[in-house]
Design a protein around this ligand. Structure first.
Ligand SMILES: Cc1ncc(COP(=O)(O)O)c(C=O)c1O
Length: 325
């Protein structure tokens, strides 16, 4: 492949040097032969900070903002086995901040996977039982108020660091792929979508670089209608705030066809997809995120949805902690 030189957006946002970038872009030769279509993997799972995966790319920008505000403690939230919370738990103390995590559920009898990582990193967990997302938001705000009153400087990171800053931070991932691919050719990015910042950032990246690629997200958290509303809101806010001169394009698809029984509920298709990825390419996929997106990719090939697409870039977002959760 001939690398091409293109303008960089990476310098536009202050960031802290966390993780190892650019992450690798790997050809998947056995899978490509198996599917009859060129497939590559963007190895965000190898981002090099704990088991942080795609979250590190967001956090290096979001935590730079926290530091700019002289934050002493970061507050964030997610599922009990949240990859984002574990990544925050690991990153914050490296930058001289504490982390408090609002985990949606009850404390596990035995700490495993990301809960183990949270504890090893010294984060303070708050298990929120059956509280709704809105109720957890209120708990976080209340705790931030308490901390402020005690003289601390709290910085709140939303679910999945999916706010305009986290979305804009993800644009650099598209830039890295673009620098490695030959110009032209119909490229499709396939990714798991939770809080939707990653999907929004990848889409925004194709707009910023003016690439005629398509982006496809498989929702693993919300039904399609709600997910679409969140996605459109994030895209609009991040574009206006960080890239106001960039024109939107209708090149993103979002489906819930791999959601199955809901967030974290395994599906048979995802289990089979993960086994195929491991046996053909040595890729470890988790049942909550990446295996569901990969199952969607396989179904897309089978159904002819990618006819005319020259290559697929599977965005391997990580999720390794969750496998052992
Ligand atoms: C492994 C993994 N993949 C994908 C995602 C989805 O990213 P986002 O929340 O930005 O949609 C997450 C985070 O929730 C994740 O942990």
């Amino acid at each position: 492949m001939t690398p091409t030189t293109r303008p960089s957006t990476a310098g536009m946002m202050p960031l802290v040097p966390l993780g190892s970038y650019p992450t690798p872009l790997h050809h998947l030769p056995r899978l490509s032969e198996h599917l009859g279509l060129e497939v590559l993997a963007k190895r965000e799972d190898l981002s090099g900070l704990g088991l942080g995966g795609n979250k590190v790319r967001k956090l290096r920008v979001v935590l730079a903002a926290a530091r700019a505000e002289s934050a002493t403690v970061v507050l964030t939230q997610g599922g009990v086995q949240s990859n984002h919370c574990a990544a925050t738990a690991v990153a914050a103390p490296m930058l001289g901040m504490r982390a408090e995590l609002f985990l949606h559920g009850d404390p596990p009898a035995v700490p495993t996977g990301n809960v183990l990582v949270d504890g090893m990193a010294g984060a303070t967990p708050h298990f929120t039982g059956a509280a709704t997302h809105a109720e957890v938001d209120a708990l976080v705000e209340a705790r931030a108020g308490e901390l402020r009153a005690a003289g601390e400087v709290p910085f709140v990171i939303p679910l999945g660091a999916s706010d305009p800053l986290g979305v804009a931070a993800t644009v650099t991932g598209v830039e890295e792929v673009d620098a490695r691919l030959p110009a032209g050719g119909d490229t499709r990015i396939v990714v798991a979508a939770g809080s939707l910042g990653t999907l929004a950032g990848l889409t925004l990246g194709t707009w910023v670089l003016d690439r005629d690629w398509s982006v496809e997200g498989f929702s693993v958290l919300w039904a399609a209608e709600r997910a679409r509303l969140v996605l459109d809101g994030l895209l609009d806010a991040a574009r206006r705030r960080h890239f106001p001169g960039v024109a939107p394009r209708p090149n993103v698809e979002l489906t819930d066809e791999q959601l199955g029984g809901g967030y974290g509920v395994p599906t048979e298709q995802a289990r089979r997809a993960a086994a195929l990825a491991l046996r053909l390419e040595g890729l470890l996929l988790d049942g909550t995120y990446t295996a569901k997106a990969f199952a969607g990719l396989l179904e897309g090939v089978r159904s002819g949805r990618y006819d005319g697409v020259e290559r697929i870039v599977f965005w391997h977002t990580g999720g390794l902690g969750g496998i052992f959760g």
